[in-house]
Design a binder for this molecule. Structure first.
Ligand code: NAD
Ligand code: MG
Length: 391
């Protein structure tokens, strides 16, 4: 049976890895929609090569360029955020959600409303609106499969288990680019230094988030939302080799660990073929050659993001949307050179405390409108917090 697949965020790191897997068995898939943003040439090339129905760029100013690149190919062209949602809403059996940031929320929801199986790399949508994502999936007979490597690992370790017997979940963190830097040097870390990851090859934003541990902080919230487990049962463990992705602890003391090479094609392929396991083009680990796995507890002075994530879960409601928006804004500020590396956590902490960041909506119904409203307000509040620091 040929499966209809769409890839949201097709030009990014996850999107390209997804395309790599689909290209290996092209006759099994019919590509519906591919979406991207600035990289229109790549988007058009892939759309033509995969015979997609439609290619959409998030940038309206790039529509003429996309049209030119697709001329004569039979692939439709469209642009803008609304067009991405419309493309995501076209019937598909499987949809990869791999846009970066809160921009991935509305397209993911649009896909879920069509009953698709949503392979979710866009962790921001669970952080901003976990309950809304799960409720929408449930209401439309859709399914969400985690693609974040830790969450795919947890999901795999729980197959066939009674979730009531899960005592704790441990997600691992490499520690990112500055794991071993002296604390006093962190304030001077540059975006360039933060953009190189010791183990994983990923988009720039998530790579910097790995160095600040905001990526792991997001993943703690993601674990809480997706697996419905209390924050005090979720542990973060620094594991420099990035080969154990997560461990699930059961009530008999057993820990089920998921071990594999740091290659996102495993988690993407698992979600693509689920419930089957298929051969995947990833390295087979030679454990004797690797020799050892190391672990250490995360130092919360080095990585205050972890504490902020727990506070966000405790506060509940729409606080996740504030946390994510503040984090994205602070990250923009760091990349633009407006604030220092360690100031990102300060900006997020201040925004979480700022009543203007939510305008009384923290306890409001989790609708897309309310989440987007809080997202907007929290970005404004985070910018104000940055202005104060930079000024
Ligand atoms: P990336 O920056 O490489 O790619 C992002 C994609 O989103 C691109 O296709 C880009 O065109 C598109 N995009 C960016 N802004 C957009 C906007 N405003 N509107 C529409 N499209 C937009 O990012 P990535 O590393 O592939 O990460 C994608 C998602 O997957 C993120 O949520 C990230 O946290 C998550 N994730 C990534 C990895 C990884 O290994 N890269 C691992 C786990 C989870
Ligand atoms: Mg991850």
């Amino acid at each position: 049976m040929v499966r209809r697949v769409s890839i949201l965020g097709a030009t990014g790191s996850i999107g390209q890895n997804t395309i790599d897997l689909i290209r290996r068995a092209p006759s099994e898939y019919r590509v519906v929609a591919l979406t991207g943003a600035g990289n229109v040439a790549q988007l058009a090339r892939d759309a033509i090569d995969l015979k997609a129905e439609i290619a959409v760029t998030g940038r309206e100013d790039l529509l003429p360029e996309l049209r030119d690149a697709l001329a004569g190919s039979g692939v439709e062209a469209a642009a803008g955020a609304a067009a991405i949602c419309e493309a995501a809403a076209r019937p598909a059996d499987w949809t990869m959600s791999a846009i970066v940031g809160a921009a991935g929320l509305a397209p993911g929801l649009a896909a879920l409303r069509n009953g698709t199986t949503l392979a979710l790399a866009n962790k921001e949508s669970l952080v901003c609106a976990g309950a809304l994502m799960l409720r929408t999936a449930h209401a439309h007979g859709a399914r969400i499969l985690p693609v974040d490597s830790e969450h795919s690992a947890i999901f795999q370790a729980m197959i066939g288990e009674d979730t009531a017997t899960v005592e704790r979940i441990i997600i691992t963190a490499s520690g990112g680019a500055f794991r071993d830097w002296p604390l006093e040097r962190l304030a001077e870390a540059t975006p360039e230094q933060a953009s190189s990851h010791p183990n994983w090859d990923m988009g720039q934003r998530i790579t910097i988030d790995s160095a600040s541990m905001f990526n792991k902080a997001m993943e703690v919230i993601e674990t809480h939302e997706f697996f419905d487990i209390a924050a005090d049962r979720i542990e973060v463990l620094v594991h420099p080799q990035s080969m154990i992705h997560a461990l699930v602890g059961f009530n008999d003391g057993a820990l089920m660990a998921h071990v594999g090479p740091p290659d996102m094609r495993h988690a993407i392929g698992f979600a693509l073929h689920h419930p089957q396991r298929r051969d995947l083009p990833v390295e087979r680990l030679d454990l004797a050659a690797i020799g050892r796995f190391d672990f250490r507890a995360p130092d919360e002075r080095r990585w205050p993001a972890l504490r902020l994530a727990r506070e966000t879960i405790e506060a509940g409601g729409l606080t996740g949307a504030v946390f994510n928006a503040a984090k994205e804004t602070a990250l923009d500020g760091f990349i633009a050179g407006r604030i220092g590396f360690t100031e990102m956590a300060d900006v997020v902490a201040r925004t979480l405390e700022d009543k203007n960041a939510s305008d009384g909506l923290i306890g409001a119904t989790m609708s897309l409108d309310n989440v987007l409203r809080v997202d907007h307000l929290a970005r404004e509040a985070a910018k104000a917090a940055m202005d104060k620091r930079a000024g």
